[in-house]
Design a protein around this ligand. Sequence first.
Ligand code: PMP
Ligand code: GLU
Length: 377
Amino acid sequence: MKSLSAKIAGVTESATIAISNKAKQMQREGIDVISLSIGEPDFATPQHISDACIDALKRGETHYAPSNGIPELQAAIAEKIVKENHFPCTPQQVIVGCGAKDSIYETCEAVLNPGDETIILTPAWVSYEPCVHIAGGKAVFHEISQKTFQLDDSLLEKVNKKTKMIIVNSPSNPTGAVFDKKSMQLVADLCEDKDLYAMSDEIYEKMIYGKENISLASLGDMHERTITINGFSKAYAMTGWRLGYAVGPMPIIKEMSKVQQHSISQVTTFAMYGGVAALKGDQQCVENMRLEFDKRRKYVIGELNKMGYETAPADGAFYAFVKVKGDDVEVASRWLEKGHVAATPGSAFYAPGWVRLSYATSMEKLKEAMARIKRVG
Ligand code: PMP
Ligand code: GLU
């Protein structure tokens, strides 16, 4: 038979999903595995959000909707962006996707031509490079200082005539670092100076502990060249809903819209009503989850530091990024095979020598996981 797509053959499986699948398989086999592998809040979706979706379903909101999203959701997102993220945004500049991941993928398809370079700041989340690659672009990695976890002028060395876009993710998955104003301004200046697009993935904006979230698009005229990515998975514990969005300049949204029309068409109609309830409803549920994450964060980081592990800043998101001795893949497999704790090796995030632990799980499980890691070393 003829060979399949070489482009897709060049993509590796998502490590976060692969390890979580392995942990689930071990659990099915009766092994008591604690999974700290995937970044998924363990909380239930707040009831008023589920109720709004159920009401929509009962009312018969079960047909095609406008491809870019129901107008109510586009309007709610635009309003949120203006109010909380401090840059101009109209409902037409919003495209609702099947999770933030879909919006990231569509952005790459809409912006990149074959060979166009995209700067990815490492340690980086697993799906940026594959999305750039599938869109025909070329990923160029820039390693962030593993001391400060902020940007400096060395970033400028990665820019050349082929550079088209830079991807920023603050708060960061996997490090938990939050870029300060200086780092964000450096990206903004670079984009304006070299005429680059920026993709700013702000999906962890609500999971932030004592730091300020700065939206890249709020700096100067950056909203004219920035696609801001966000979604409902993390802030509202809605991972399975597959609800995310991108907001950006009209010409890019129009191109993304074509990709959407010819692929997913739209996000599930009744799910979008849940999104409206999430944004329009009481935000105390978000704060309650943040406070709980903060408790877990302090506990996990404290325990790891007591065991002698160095950890990345953990100022945002819900990950502990841990410096380990020796090969990170071996350490993660030791923790899994001997300690029955699933974690993701830093190599998956282009950061060998580190291991990522998600603390988006119950305190009870975290306590047991820490005891196990201590035991197997
Ligand atoms: N960006 C980052 C940094 C993530 O960690 C995730 C995790 N799923 C996503 C985007 C995608 O989120 P979703 O597709 O569930 O909205
Ligand atoms: N973003 C989460 C993680 O990093 C969920 C899995 C994924 O989509 O990669 O674990």
